[in-house]
Structures are given as C-alpha cells and as structure tokens.
Design a protein around this ligand. Structure first.
Ligand code: HEM
Length: 436
C-alpha cells in the first residue's frame, strides 16, 4: 500500500498528459504530419504543461504564453540544451554548429561569433546590396513569366538554393544529401581560399569565418568542420525560414485581398515612379511590418521552435521536470491563445499597428523566433530579407490566382519537416509588371 501511495504521489509530480504504452510511451499516437496542431489539441485537454513519453524519453510540451515565459526566461539556463537527433547529427558534423549543439563551451563561443561577427546589425547592413541584388533578380525573372501570363510556382523562386530545397522531407536520402552538402561547402571554401578570389570591402559570412579561423580569434580551435556546420546553420536555419515566411505572407495576402490592396497602396504611394523598393524605404512602411508580424504569428516557420533539452532536474509551476527531458514549446498554439488574442485565428495585421507587442522574443504571446539564450540570433537578418523581398513582390506586380481558382481554395496544409512549408505550392500569376 505504501509503495502504491508513493508511486501515486510521484506521478502527480509530473504535469498531466495522455496515457502511453509500456516501452513506446506515446510514440504510436504522435501525429508527425502536423505535430503542432496535434499537440495543441491535446493541450486543450491536459493543460499548458503536458507530459508525454517518446519511447523512454520524457517529453514536456509547453502551450501557453505564461508557461513559455517560465521556460524561456525564468528557467532559461536549465532549458537551454538541445536533444540529440540522428539526422541533425549528420547534418551538423556531429553537432559542431550552433542550432543543434548541446549546451557547451563550444556552443557558447560559436554563438558569440554569430551574434558579434556574422549577424550584428552592422554586418546585416553590410549585406544590403547583396539582398537587393538577389531580390531584383527574382523580380526580373518573374516579370518575364508574367509577360506570358504564366502561373508561377512562387516557392521555386523564393527557395532558389537547390540544396535547401532538398532538405525538406529528406530523411531517407540523408547520407546522399549530407555528401552533396559537404561537397558544396568545400567548393565554397576552396573558392574563397583561392588567391585570385576578389577581396571585397564588405566581406561575406564565409570570408569572416575564414578570417576568424586563420587568426585563431576564438577560445576554441575552429576547424573546417566547424565552418561547414555554421554554413549548414545559415542554409537551414537562415534561408529556409525566411523563404517559408515569404510564401506564408503571400498566401495570407491572397486570402485577404483588402490587406493586399492596403499594403500595395502603402508601398506604391511611398515609392511613386521609382523602379523598385530599396532598403532605405523600409522604415517608412509600417503596414508591411504589421503584415509580416501577423503572418509570423499565424504561421511561424518553426511552429515548435527547435526542441530543447533540460540540463538538470527543475521545478516548474509545482511540477518536477527530470533532466534530459525533451521540450517542445508550441509557438503556433501560443500565438493563437484566446486569452491573449482577440479573434486569434483571423488574419488582422492592424492588431500590430498600435501596440508595443513585438515578435522578437520579449512578449511571450508571440515568439516565432523563440526567446532567451537559445533564441534566434538571426532576427535582424531574417526580417531584413523578408521585408525587402515582400515589398518588391507586392510593389512590382498585381497578383492573380490561376484561372478558375478562388481565394477560398487556397489551402494552408503543411508538409512535415523542421520548417513549416506549404504542402501544396502557392501558384500565382504576376500581372501589371511595374519593373522596367
Ligand atoms: C524569418 C526568419 C527566421 C525565423 C522565423 C527563425 C526562427 C528561429 C527559431 C524559432 C529558432 C529556435 C529558437 C529557440 O529555440 O528558442 C531559431 C534558432 C536559430 N536561428 Fe533562426 N530564424 C530565422 C532566421 C534566421 C537567420 C537569417 C539565421 C542566420 C543567418 C538564423 C540562425 C539561427 C540559429 C543559428 C539558431 C540556433 C540558435 C541556438 O541554438 O543558439 N535564423 N530561429
């Protein structure tokens, strides 16, 4: 009797959750096609802190702004490691990167490199011309197709890097993909090491990494695998998320023509007869920023952030969370919490016009970039890229759906994967090209 009583008391120390089977826990129930929606539905029954088990691994699912703040701010350090995942191990050269690395001295040092050297505001500004050039190239290529009235599959233009494209839904082809990526990184490195490589006044990210390596400027011995692992972070964490944001924003705008028109008016009134929107124009486009924030609220590209792992035992809201617990913060569910958001499922960019609530990780009701010491270090770079691309897409064309399709037909189903991509690509016809 005492044993059973103790067992019951022990159990009640963990947050509630769905019952699982011996050995496999809740593995058989886990819907991997849209886990954020599945976990959100479960959290309505079990609450904002929910326990599960994947095999023998304890899992904690966090589904409210208040609990997210506890995890990502109050107990930030305890929740700041990442779990080991086979595919990610391979992609990250055995976790030598930043995004998938466990909490460690090496992670701290590399993250410092990201924040201070690669993605500082000054550095992000220095990449401005590259961003503009790439966006204008995309608009030119869309114009050619627009002249022939072709529907264009926007994902192909936005996700221009073939390697990044390969990464969505690729687990079966992992070895092949890793080998191809490695060859690609090696080619880039060789190119940059070639003495005839032009030295620019504005070194790019790889130039900076090579310089840091050669100067032995950090406390860990930076080797080529570190450099390649960081390149991987930039390709996956950096480009894929931005591309998804652009597609989801266009999806939301096509479903809401009034918002599209309002945005086009804002941009066209400001830009006048100029051929394109430049980065200098962006601070004068408040509705554009509101549209992007509202899209990131409703369609966060990483709906469960990147999974965390606890470093040690911790007490959370009266519950005991064991060490090495896998932690999912459901940013998707959190940003639709009716206690914090009026009409949470409606696309209403205006809600971000007169408010101090922002998406950068201080306000826990909307955390598309995560928060705390493992929060995204690429917010400025990500937003700069998304803003310039969208401003030009919306400025340069009017957009039609392929003939016979209505706005109600645009679906929001998602593909399984690290980043939330649209299952059915968004096909649109660019019209009334303004680009000369
Ligand atoms: C719209 C664009 C982007 C979105 C929505 C996004 C979102 C995220 C999210 C949700 C996380 C996990 C945060 C957490 O666990 O709390 C993350 C981490 C990360 N992001 Fe981003 N990101 C974007 C752009 C970028 C860019 C442009 C870069 C770099 C070029 C970048 C590099 C990283 C890295 C290195 C991490 C791992 C940080 C760590 O574990 O310490 N991201 N991002």
């Amino acid at each position: 009797i005492i044993y059973h009583k103790q067992k019951r008391q022990q159990k009640s120390l963990h947050p509630p959750g769905p019952p699982g089977l011996p050995f496999i826990g809740n593995l058989h129930q886990f819907d991997t096609s849209a886990p954020h929606i599945y976990l959100w539905q479960l959290s309505k029954k079990y609450g904002p802190l929910m326990s599960m088990k994947l095999g023998s691994v304890p899992v904690l699912v966090v589904s409210s702004p208040k609990m997210a703040k506890e995890v990502l701010k109050t107990h930030d350090l305890v929740f700041s490691s990442r779990p080991r995942v086979l595919g990610q191990d391979k992609l990250s050269y055995n976790r030598l990167d930043v995004a998938f690395a466990p909490y460690s001295e090496s992670w701290r040092e590399l993250r410092k490199i990201f924040v201070l050297h690669l993605l500082s505001n000054k550095q992000v500004q220095s990449f401005r011309l590259i961003r503009e050039e790439e966006v204008f190239r995309m608009i030119r290529s869309l114009s050619v197709r627009g002249e022939f009235g072709q529907a264009t599959n926007l994902s192909d233009d936005v996700v221009s890097n073939e390697h990044v494209y390969l990464l969505s839904g690729m687990i079966g082809r992992l070895d092949k993909v890793c080998k191809e990526l490695d060859e690609f990184y090696q080619e880039l490195i060789d190119e940059h090491l070639d003495p005839s490589w032009p030295k620019s006044e504005n070194p790019n990210i790889l130039d900076l990494l090579i310089k840091l390596k050669e100067e032995k400027a950090c406390s860990i011995d930076l080797n080529w695998d570190h450099v390649k692992a960081i390149l991987m972070d930039i390709f996956i964490a950096g480009t894929d998320t931005g591309a998804a944001t652009i597609i989801w924003t266009m999806t939301a705008l096509m479903k809401h023509p009034t918002s599209m028109k309002k945005l086009q008016n804002e941009i066209r009134e400001l830009i006048g007869e100029k051929a394109q929107v430049n980065e200098d124009d962006l601070p004068k486009l408040p509705y554009l920023k509101a549209v992007i924030k509202e899209t990131l609220r409703l369609y966060p590209p990483a709906p469960l952030l990147l999974p965390r792992e606890t470093l040690e035992k911790c007490n959370l809201n009266g519950y005991t969370i064991p060490p090495k617990t896998l932690v999912y913060v459901n940013a998707w569910a959190i940003a639709r919490d009716p206690e914090y958001w009026e009409n949470p499922n409606e696309f209403q960019p205006e809600r971000f016009l007169n408010t101090n609530v922002d998406i950068i990780g201080q306000d826990f009701q909307v955390i598309p970039f995560g928060a705390g010491r493992r929060g995204c270090p690429g917010i400025s770079m990500g937003l700069a890229t998304v803003e310039i691309a969208l401003a030009n897409l919306v400025y340069s064309f009017d957009w039609d759906l392929p003939s016979g399709m209505k706005k109600e037909d645009i679906d929001t189903e998602v593909l399984p994967g690290l980043t939330m991509h649209k299952k059915i690509p968004l096909s649109l016809v660019p019209r009334n090209n303004k680009y000369p």
